[in-house]
Design a protein around this ligand. Structure first.
Ligand SMILES: O=C(O)CCC(=O)C(=O)O
Ligand SMILES: [Fe+2]
Length: 284
């Protein structure tokens, strides 16, 4: 991988063959063309419809309306708080209907949509609002989920790393922390993290209406160069189920061995039920 490919016409079959089954990231252009009400996701839309919804960050509550003001005024010197996560399923369920069908229907099957996994074991569906000076922690997604980053408004720079560069990113130690890096992508401390000099970040600009597929296990981060709104949706299916189940065990074991065994068995049962359900035509 030397660049993140951008594709505009791609079939489900090609997506599976070239990207999902090989673990290669890709950006799908024109993704919102298939959504209802094309390119309607402006700050004004969010303020009017969902302005009062709130989420906590560093022990402080922010409404969407407040955050839209903060991110509009955000600067490198005084960045808005980021990432404040608004959970779509519990806080903005009405948004789902506007976004249907999601991602050209590529994000299927997704076992995380089964009721039993709602908001559990790595299943997240969040709205992020950012502004100038905001960047995400450098990380790979916990629980080895695949992630879909859907850009609703504005742009952000997305950065991924070739798979073999994990040692250059100085993963932290202990449970879930192992999927996080301490390096600040906007201002890397090369004295402290000298191996990072050898890393070769691969960058692309994700524009409104585009969707990026970030395969399980890929280290990534983002940098905002202006106000922007996106959602992130996680996916588990046969292609990453084993890695997901392994992470459920490894992460939980760090805190409690018995809990880890219980969750591993639960993940096994859920995975088997989803696989069998899928064979018999259940839709995920
Ligand atoms: O929206 C972003 O800035 C990145 C989100 C992301 O990578 C995540 O939530 O795992
Ligand atoms: Fe991520």
């Amino acid at each position: 991988m030397v660049a993140i490919e951008k594709r505009s016409d791609i079939s489900y079959k090609e997506f599976i063959e070239k990207y999902q089954s090989k673990g290669v990231p890709v950006i799908l252009e024109n993704a919102t063309k298939v959504w209802k009400d094309n390119l309607m996701f402006t700050p004004a839309f969010f303020k009017e419809k969902f302005g009062d919804r709130s989420a906590s960050f560093s022990n402080k509550k922010y409404t969407i309306s407040e955050l839209l003001d903060l991110t509009a005024a955000s600067t490198k010197e005084q960045p808005a708080p980021y990432p404040i996560k608004f959970n779509i399923l519990s806080q903005l369920p009405e948004l789902l209907e506007h976004m249907s069908p999601l991602h050209l229907n590529m994000i299927k099957p997704n076992w995380l949509t089964s009721k039993i996994l709602k908001n559990k074991l790595g299943n997240a569906m969040d709205l992020h609002i950012g502004g100038i000076g905001n960047s995400y922690e450098m990380h790979k997604d916990a629980y080895d989920v695949h992630a879909w980053l859907i850009q609703l408004y504005g742009e952000k720079e997305v950065i991924v790393f070739p798979r073999d560069q994990e040692p250059l990113l100085y993963p932290k130690k202990g449970g879930l922390l192992e999927s996080r890096s301490p390096i600040n992508i906007m201002n890397p401390d090369y004295e402290k993290y000298p191996r990072f000099r050898e890393a070769t970040p691969i960058r692309a600009i994700l524009k409104a209406g585009e969707v990026m597929y970030i395969p399980s296990g890929i280290w990534h981060t983002t940098i905002a160069h202006g106000q922007n709104i996106s959602t992130i949706v996680d996916q588990v299916n046969n292609s990453n189920y084993k890695a997901w189940r392994r992470d459920v065990y490894v992460y939980k074991k760090y805190h409690n061995k018995y809990r880890a065994i219980v969750d591993y068995l639960a993940a096994t049962a859920i995975g088997n039920a989803c696989r069998v359900g899928q064979l018999f035509g259940m839709k995920f």
